[in-house]
Design a protein around this ligand. Structure first.
Ligand SMILES: [Zn+2]
Length: 120
């Protein structure tokens, strides 16, 4: 049976030692910030203890996957060597590469969507 997008995310997060949180409607996150805040986005949370990604509420699994890998891309960038203006491009590129390494092909349209979101 084919792996679902969620299973793929869980597999990669485990391998990369990334703490994962999947937001659910009506959970504590949505109670605090509102559901809309978590629609169609993944949020990277980095603090001393946690290398964590919060996966928001997605209707489109391809977008969820592409958005997740974009954030993973951010975790492997060395900001000191990359121009600020290139950070988004670089994060998306590295995330896409990492997906490939894990045998996951990101949907082209979803990647284009992520690029358009990252510019905002
Ligand atoms: Zn980004």
């Amino acid at each position: 049976m084919a792996e679902t997008a969620r299973e793929q995310i869980e597999r990669v997060a485990k391998g990369c030692k990334i703490k994962l949180t999947f937001v659910k409607p009506d959970d504590a996150y949505c109670m605090t910030d509102g559901e809309d805040f978590y629609k169609n986005k993944c949020i990277l949370k980095v603090d001393v203890k946690t290398n964590g990604i919060i996966v928001g509420l997605f209707e489109d699994e391809n977008r969820m996957l592409a958005s997740f890998f974009h954030q993973v891309g951010h975790t492997i960038i060395d900001r000191s060597t990359i121009e600020t203006s290139d950070v988004e491009k670089e994060a998306i590129k590295r995330g896409d590469f990492l997906a490939e390494v894990h045998g996951i092909t990101l949907d082209k349209a979803a990647l284009a969507w992520v690029r358009s979101q990252a510019k905002k």
